[in-house]
Design a protein around this ligand. Sequence first.
Ligand SMILES: [Zn+2]
Length: 314
Amino acid sequence: MAWNKPLPRPTEISAPYWEGLKAHEVRIQQCDRGHSIFFPRTHCPVCGSRSLKWNKVSGEGKLYSFTIARIPTMPEFTDEMPQALAVVELEEGVRINTTMVGVEPEALKIGMAVRPVFDERPGEATLLRFTPRAGDFPSVIKADADEAPAAAVVQEDAAPKRKISAKDLDAMKSLVSEDYSPWSNEFTVTQDVINDFAKLSGDDYWIHTDPVQAREKSPFGTTIAHGALVQVLSSQLRIPLDYEVVDFNNMVNYGSDRLRFPSPVPSGCKIRARARIKAVEQVKSGVQTTMEINIHVVGQDRPSVINDLVILYM
Ligand SMILES: [Zn+2]
């Protein structure tokens, strides 16, 4: 099972504590009047002194409190159930939130003597656990070497999408919005792309394919892409929608309610798209959505394509 649990992120103030654990030492702060301090801070919570230094301590102490968690607090911790969540009081008097390891829940007793266990996590951090002082549980444990440090490579685009059931008409209707989605990626409409489409469609009119003649005679001063070409290029543009329609047997592209080409796309321009759901209605065979997809030349307010795409979820 891959390591996918959250890990601590050291701050400037707490870094010496985490560095200590990596070196298999428990380090806590002490002020110039002898007060021991945990968690790491900028000043002493007893006397207010800002003159603090880090000391290595034994890490030995006693079990101050515990509870046995049998239902994971997060799905990632399912493999650790039952989990002995504990508060340990070090000999210096400070208390640390931790987990007890290497001991059966029935054997835990308030006040029992404990010692530290350094739990090395792949590449990232070492965590502080505790075990009964009398037992023979190792003082250093390691996560399996083949466990990837997945927590360190959280992908930005991994944000979970809202799942909307096509069978839930109210939920589907909640998608209708005046606001557009964020922009898609950009795609460059080169003369080569235009030429390929001219060949395929048979529309090789000079305004699309002849840059010399277009420079002289076209009102745009250059060749322009076919409107139909720009429309089909929407397949190259991935619009970031924050939802996903689920729970249907078939999705049918029903065509377009409205297709307009309000402004040209000159050869060599970059295009991008955004969309919004304009309408959702129950029809005989399912739920029909109308998605307005607008394709713009990058930087232009006026769209080059407006397409009201009708999709039927059955
Ligand atoms: Zn103090």
